[in-house]
Write a protein of this length. Structure first.
Length: 428
């Protein structure tokens, strides 16, 4: 029979790697909760229109990368609904904000999420078709201060703190402002005009982008094109007074708390909902897919999907890429954590009682591996040595006397310990 494999671009996460994933997620929860964020969990699939209108019909994500299908209608009279596996979570969070009228509280909503996203991209290192994001959004009515540059700076400072707490070093924060919804079309027009002369001298991809989506020319990585692209008009020249002041205030707040950044005038990002601040944290160790996380402000997104005015700012961390970075930094240290003890029943007649002993130790908070009564003593030692720091032999004598024999694998030392003292002994 032919073997069935995980679908291209998807993968299984196995221990010990999952321990690292859990550490990353636990750190995110801990840090985000200190900044008074609460968790939101939205559905994994949504009405396709949410992404078409939210993320933008012309973006690569919506035009090429979504997993979309027609849902079977319940009755013949019903129209089939188009559904999509979420390619990102911001649109879903804003939909939930609108649907549950969260803005009525008059407060800022600070929501974080952890979960899988789906994009039909070409798989490579750090790029998958099912990948995981850890993200957060701050959204609310203008009266709650949702437009304030302080929100942008606070989110960025939180990200810097999160990465520091995880022990990620060597990251760079790149920032830009893409201006208001009015600034951007003026810029795109100017870019298009400038590209009519320049595009024919650029790579073939850029020649195509110059026509279909001029902003994407700014993402070009082809070495020969860089000088020409850097000489194109910059979006900063097209910002209105308000956007300019907003960006200056974000930078000043970052300076005040010592978060280092570089302004990258070419950072326009691939989702249509962004206004004003956009940012990415990159990491040199990641290779071509060097964006560890990305985000920005989306002051018009709620209205674009039928909601009230509700400016917001947020980010999503590529958890797969973050784990890759941590693995590279800790290379070699990825052995799974050993259990505290291996409980070895000596003979099948001891199995049930050994389970009781293991239960006692586990309830005392120890990490316990339970052996197998049919194993010979030598095999129990060999197996135990692979998975635990120590072994407890549990035979007829031990069951009767209540005195256990413990062997420490590291020192080879063998000790007799009363059953009631065992947990305490092993903890040391
Ligand atoms: P994004 O830049 O599309 O933004 O994705 C954020 C991060 O997700 C990327 O920086 C990258 O680390 C990770 N990522 C994206 N695609 C893949 C993939 N195929 N494989 C592995 N990792 C990937 C957003 O998704 C926005 N919703 C962020 C946001 C939140 N903006 C405002 N609020």
């Amino acid at each position: 029979m032919s073997q069935i494999k995980a679908v291209r671009g998807t993968r299984d996460l196995l221990p010990p790697e999952t321990e690292l994933w859990n550490r990353v997620e636990a750190t995110a929860r801990r840090v985000f909760e200190r900044y008074a964020f609460g968790e939101i969990r939205t559905p994994i699939f949504e009405d396709t229109q949410l992404f078409a209108r939210g993320v933008g019909e012309e973006t690569d994500i919506v035009s090429k990368e979504m997993y979309t299908w027609e849902d079977r209608p319940r009755a013949q009279s019903e129209k089939a609904q188009m559904l999509t596996l979420r390619p990102e979570n911001t649109a879903g969070v804003v939909r939930a904000y609108i649907e549950h009228k969260l803005g009525d509280s008059g407060l800022l909503q600070k929501l974080y999420y952890i979960g899988p996203q789906f994009r039909r991209e070409r798989p490579q290192k750090g790029r998958y078709r099912q990948f995981f994001q850890i993200g957060a959004e701050v959204i609310g009515p203008v009266s709650a201060g949702s437009e304030s540059p302080l929100r942008d700076a606070e989110v960025l400072e939180m990200l810097a703190t999160f990465l520091d707490e995880l022990g990620v070093t060597g990251w760079t924060l790149e920032l830009n402002s893409v201006g208001s919804a009015q600034d951007r079309p003026r810029y795109v027009e100017a870019l298009r005009a400038a590209l009519t002369d320049v595009a024919p001298t650029l790579c073939v991809d850029c020649q195509r982008r110059a026509v279909t989506n001029p902003l994407r020319v700014l993402d070009c990585k082809v070495l020969d094109d860089q000088d020409k692209i850097n000489a194109l008009p910059k979006i900063a020249e097209f910002l209105d007074e308000e956007s300019r002041a907003h960006f200056a205030a974000v930078l000043a707040a970052l300076d005040a708390c010592g978060v280092r950044y570089t302004v990258n005038p070419r950072l326009v990002r691939g989702l249509d909902y962004y206004t004003r601040t956009t940012f990415e944290f990159t990491h040199g160790g990641l290779g071509a897919q060097n964006a560890l996380l990305g985000g920005g402000r989306y002051d018009g997104l709620s209205e674009a999907i039928g909601g009230p005015k509700a400016p917001g700012i947020g980010f999503a961390i590529g958890a797969d890429r973050l784990v890759l970075t941590l693995q590279a930094a800790a290379s070699g240290e990825m052995a799974g954590a050993l259990a505290d003890v291996y409980v070895a029943p000596l003979g099948e007649a001891r199995q049930a009682e050994a389970l009781v002993l293991a239960r006692e130790l586990r309830r005392a908070g120890l990490r316990v591996e339970l052996g197998e009564g049919s194993f010979r003593l030598k095999k129990s030692f060999e197996m135990g040595n692979k998975v635990a720091r120590a072994i407890v032999l549990f035979g007829e004598d031990e069951a009767k006397s209540g005195v256990m024999t413990v062997k420490d694998f590291a020192t080879g030392e063998q000790t007799k310990v009363a059953r009631g003292d065992l947990a305490e002994f092993l903890r040391k």
